[in-house]
Design a protein around this ligand. Sequence first.
Ligand code: PHE
Length: 519
Amino acid sequence: QLVLDELAKFSIIRDTRTLIIPGQTDPAESHEAQITILGALNSLQSREMISYETHETSSHVLTPEGAQIVLEGSHEARVWGALPAKGEGEPVGAQDLKKKIGEEAAKVGQGRAFKNGWITKEGGGFVKNVSAIEDVTQLELREVDSTGTLKTGEKTLAELRKRKLIAQRKGQWFSVLMGPNFSTSTAKPETDLTVDMLTSGSWESATFKKYNFEADGIPTSGGAFHPLLKVREEICNIFLEMGFEEMPTNSFVESGFWCFDALFVPQLHPARELQDTFYLSDPSTSLKPAEDYYKRVSAVHEIGGYGSIGYRTPWSDEEAHKLLLRTHTTASSAAMLYKLAEKCRGETRDQQGTANASETGESREGDGFRPAKLFSIDRVFRNETMDATHLAEFHQVEGVVADRNLTLADLIGFMRVFFGKMGITNVRFKPAYNPYTEPSLEIFAFHPMLQKWVEIGNSGMFRPEMLEPMGLPKDVRVHGWGISLERPTMIRYGINNIRTLVGHKTSIEGVENSPAVMF
Ligand code: PHE
């Protein structure tokens, strides 16, 4: 910057593009300063702010003796000055002369004064030989002192050097040319036009970095799967590998009927209350389900049937028709099981009339039932207090198997195989309660990192109160189970706060860098 300040001071001297700064000519200035200037010039040149050329100079300076002569005159002049004019006074003897002007000056000056014809001998001493002299040496030294050189040229300079009155000084100067990036400031050029610059007006004087159209762009990264999607994919593969079919689960909004009533969840069940379930206000009611089925469901709740005494509480159509965000994917499972029972209900057969068994895909037993293995992995919603492990929405993994004469052992055996494929080999089951399953089992897995049993899911054999109104044959048993997608994902990735995984605090980088999952 110092060099640039200098450049700014000197501005344009030679022509519009050449700037001159003097080089090192003063021997008093340190060698270090010279190196600093040179370094600065090189650095500026490398940034194409300037280009420069070095010029060698040679000049002369006075020695202390020379400087004395400039002040007092040359020795010979001083000798002449100390003597009387011819015939006007006592000639001065050599000893006296030494006393008057000093030994050195007297000794050297005497000879030169003689040689110049300025003095002559008289009696025992010296007197002036001319009335006026021109002290050429003093004049020459004055010229050297002020200009660093002599007009008369090198020969005289060489003589003065030989007399040790002047000394030669080598130096250099630089001619500097403005470069393409010339600026009088080394401040970094701006790369962005900011709001601040616009409001303060500083953009007007700012220097902007030029676009570099040759530069390679930053490689763009592709999209990345969220850890939940990776785990979902793996679980999905396990299901497919075990011969399961994926259920359509695109209806986030369900009716109270499909989410609860069809599952034999009593209409007064606490899970149906506002603080547990999100209800829709607009539209607030659903279309009516198939009338026959609806009647069978309301009857089993109100008065019982299929060997059940029911809940014996008044049935509310309003409750059944409320629209809500589904609290579990079992709502979809119920709809699928109802569909599965279609042929068993005889509706298709009635329509098809004469069609024979093989054409209608009818079962061996002739009741229209075909076994099914169904799964879903999708989003559910619960009006819950959110904390490190709970959000108002999460994903459920659900599996449903429907076949004749299934037992609880089938359910347990199936889950052991399934969780084994997920790498969870240590599982335990605990009796539990679900309104729609009997028996019901909570699933626990031993967490190797936490060194304790953690609940991972819920399961059970669907109740006849749920299956028979759908029209499924009496010997058809359906077992089902559900786990959350978030829990195994958090365990898999060592995440202990759900908010790290889902929501605005999720780091994109973390998602991009999360490893693939292989169970
Ligand atoms: N719906 C249950 C839940 O939300 C899971 C489950 C599904 C239980 C199927 C039994 C049968 O936890």
